[in-house]
Design a protein around this ligand. Structure first.
Ligand code: PLP
Length: 415
């Protein structure tokens, strides 16, 4: 599309003109949140995001949207890099980025030297799965609810090197956390070397009892890997408290980071044992600790600036307020869906077991009609064989109303 058409389109759809209020301005007074929470969150959406009024965006589970301060950090950095006004090389891929990792680690609840930046959770999971010493016949346990990025790296290793991948079935929905922990722990057998599972299931939004599973794995000498793509920014999280050996994160989903930001965490002694996958000089320099996994060649540093701006945006809002709002909206979705007999809820009823993702199934004909109507009404959701709704601070209660009104319309067969 040519620039003139883009600008015309922007005006037509009510998008802010380029440069208008690019920074987002100061956050509203928290007193407003006490007095009138809906007005507070409306102002956050209107002032801090570029989302036009006509868009109902409910798909942070795939990729979040960039708030204004994050966009500004990225574009400012790109401008400065083009002008070469900074004295640092405008790149990452050879740097240790100590200040950035220290700030991220303080938030994520681990040591700086246990945390590396990657491009996404897929990359972190592949580095982990390729980097653990395993021999033919060694067993890796995964669940049947893994995202392909948490499953395929192990299957590739099985195809290439003869490890055995065994899949544990997760009930949908489960009875409780104890049942889930029990299922995974009791599946550990004499050849199991690794237990790899999602901290929050991509399929249903279920929060797994990570600590109990990882503690049991460690007690049995089994390495634990948590695919935490949905964890950073959706729920309170301290990596050291998870008790896992390795963790993959995806802050561009819930943590306001721009696309292209991932995290790789490893407990210190476990990082020493992990082989890197993408390498250049110093791949074996253990003094670098987690930064050994960041020596991957020239990269776009602007996204790191965006990642830090996203983290600071969350901290300025108050992480607890953000998690609270994410969950409050998800509960609204859950409660509305619960009353509808043609929806099969896959998210458990105990609301301690989900954060901001609610999933349900419906008959294929209804699903097709509903999905087509959602596209028409500019409701952005994930659609596979199930419907997954993600709520974040930019989600409006009226988006949820629109979603369910649209479902009613699909039931009536109207277009
Ligand atoms: C559980 C899980 N793991 C990994 C991924 C892959 O994340 P990314 O695309 O950031 O690599 C996703 C993406 O939806 C996911 O849901």
């Amino acid at each position: 599309m040519r620039r003139r058409e883009i600008l015309a389109g922007a005006a037509l759809f009510g998008l802010p003109a380029a440069g208008a209020g690019a920074e987002g301005g100061p956050l509203p007074d928290p007193a407003l949140l006490e007095r009138d929470p809906e007005s507070y969150w409306k102002r956050i959406r209107d002032e801090q995001f570029l989302l036009p009024d006509w868009r109902a965006f409910m798909n942070n589970g795939s990729l979040g949207i960039t708030p204004r301060p994050v966009l500004k950090a990225v574009t400012d950095y790109l401008s400065q890099a083009a002008a070469l006004v900074n004295d640092d090389y405008p790149r990452w891929g050879y740097e240790t980025l100590d200040d950035e990792r220290a700030e991220l680690a303080a938030f994520a609840g681990c040591a700086k030297d246990e945390l590396a930046l990657t491009h996404n959770a897929t990359e972190a999971m592949s580095v982990i799965a390729n980097g653990i010493d395993l021999k033919a016949g060694d067993e890796v346990l995964i669940t049947d609810q893994e995202h392909p990025s948490g499953r395929e790296p192990w299957l590739l290793r099985q195809a290439r090197y003869g490890i055995q991948v065994r899949v544990v079935k997760i009930p949908l929905p489960p009875k409780d956390s104890a049942q889930l922990a029990d299922l995974l722990i009791s599946a550990i057998g004499p050849r199991t070397r690794v237990l790899s599972f999602s901290g929050i299931l991509t399929t249903t939004g279920l929060i797994m009892p990570v600590r109990a599973i990882c503690d049991a794995a460690r007690a049995k000498g089994v390495v634990s890997v948590v695919d935490g793509a949905h964890m950073n920014g959706q729920i309170p999280l301290r990596l050291a408290d998870l008790g896992c050996d390795y963790f993959a994160g995806s802050p561009h989903k819930w943590l306001f980071a721009p696309a292209g930001c991932g995290l790789l965490y490893g407990r210190q002694e476990m990082l020493e044992r992990l082989w890197p996958t993408i390498v250049t000089a110093a791949w074996s320099d253990q003094k670098l600790k987690a930064a050994r996994f960041m020596r991957i060649g020239t990269n776009n540093r602007a996204v790191v600036e965006g990642l830090m701006a996203g983290l600071r945006f969350l901290k300025a809002l108050g992480p607890e307020r953000v998690y609270g709002r994410v969950h409050q909206l998800a509960r609204m979705v859950f409660e509305r869906a619960r009353g509808q007999s043609d929806l099969e809820l896959l998210t458990p009823g105990d609301d301690r077991l989900y954060g901001g993702l609610v999933t349900f199934r419906m008959k294929p004909e209804l699903f097709r009609a509903f999905h087509a109507l959602c596209a028409k009404k500019r409701i952005w959701i994930t659609a596979g064989e199930r419907m997954r709704v993600a709520t974040h601070i930019h989600t409006r209660p009226r988006d949820i109303d629109l979603f369910f009104q649209t479902l009613d319309q699909a039931r009536r067969g109207s277009t």
